[in-house]
Design a protein around this ligand. Sequence first.
Ligand code: PLP
Length: 466
Amino acid sequence: MTNPRYISTRGEAPALGFEDVLLAGLARDGGLYVPETWPQFSADDIRAMKNLSYPALAQKIMAPFIGDAIPAADLKTLVEDAYATFDAPDVLPLKKIGDGEYLLELFHGPTLAFKDVAMQVLGRFFDYVLKKRGQRITIVGATSGDTGSAAIEACRDKAAIDIFMLHPHGRVSPVQEAQMTSVQAANVHNIAIEGTFDDCQDRVKDLFNDGDFRDRFNLSAVNSINWARVMAQIVYYFWAAVKLGAPDKPVAFSVPTGNFGNVFAGYGAMQMGLPIAKLVVGSNANDILARFFASGAMEMAGVVPTTSPSMDIQVSSNFERLLFDLVDRDGAACARVLTDFRKTGRFEVSADQLARARKVFAGARFNDAGTKEIIKQVHDATGELIDPHSAIGVGAARENPAPDGTPMVILATAHPAKFPDAVEDATGQRPSLPARLADLLDRPKRCQTLANDLDQLKRTIESTLA
Ligand SMILES: *Cc1c(COP(=O)(O)O)cnc(C)c1O
């Protein structure tokens, strides 16, 4: 097998192989890694995917991105183990909710949100590559809820990894707090900081900025810009599309979007040969992307809290990967646009670039009232309870119907019981947690509370790892 190479969107960092890209996360020039060329699947290749199980399909799609880094037999074990943590028989169920309208449920993993789909694979790949190299890492992160629990579940009991996850004390939802702190694994260390989410993030940045500390404990991150997360998400676009007639018929997708990682995976699937008619980007009141696809101008605004908190973002970090293609993969040009953007809070693409983006993408936005209305409509029409993020996907799909009866797949990114208040407010029904999590809130907790103080945090990490 030939070994794929990855290049940075800012053109200055060295090209890397899969193992190094996995462990590096962000490129050294501040850019994001993308494949130098996209693996290609022909119509016959895609037709042959029709009856594969999800783990078998995942191996097929990911193998050309991985090359020799993980031999086929090991990849099979890692991927099968990862998806055995999901409690739906076919891992990611596809449900019809209307005429040509389908929900792809990505939330049957350990923490009930779509991030598990990639994180469960990522944690195992990290552990595998580190063991092979005889290395250990310490993952440090800050979370306001969702990402932290998915990362903890992905890293628990991995011999080559310790994970420290900081959350703001008393400021995450009871379910989210319990999902993180009830994990009984010796390598998982929850820290509640007496402060805000921004304080947590600042302390994590301080740790990474301390070169000695960073090197001594081999600090690493598992954030949404890691290439392997995008790679693992490409799989389910193929999964849904072949069930609905690809490669012989195109399929459209609608994706509730925050950092643009999920929908960028759809763009990746297109580059690999999957016939996707449209990618609809759903935003909440934090609508920087919807405004971009309408006008061609990316303009930062303050973040407002909504009922779909996992999409409350100011800037979508993975958009950089699309921008790189819009500037014809000119790393210097991409870096220039983004450096300016950080300074001025604004950039604009040319009319031609906007037209190219709009050939693939469309955007739509929904405020909390609109989101609530969609949750209610879907419940009234089908009896299904959907969470506010998924509801924005449904709304965005209905505002941007695909032409000529092309089926539309809406990515359902969270279990309704993860956001029970919003769902109950819209439908009068309170969604319940799956049986395996019914006692979640009563489980014993492991968490230390620390002041918002860098020295105390460092001493705690040192003594924990001693
Ligand atoms: C993270 C998340 C999103 C946003 O996904 P991106 O890849 O950041 O665009 C949407 N919904 C839920 C429930 C999430 O956890």
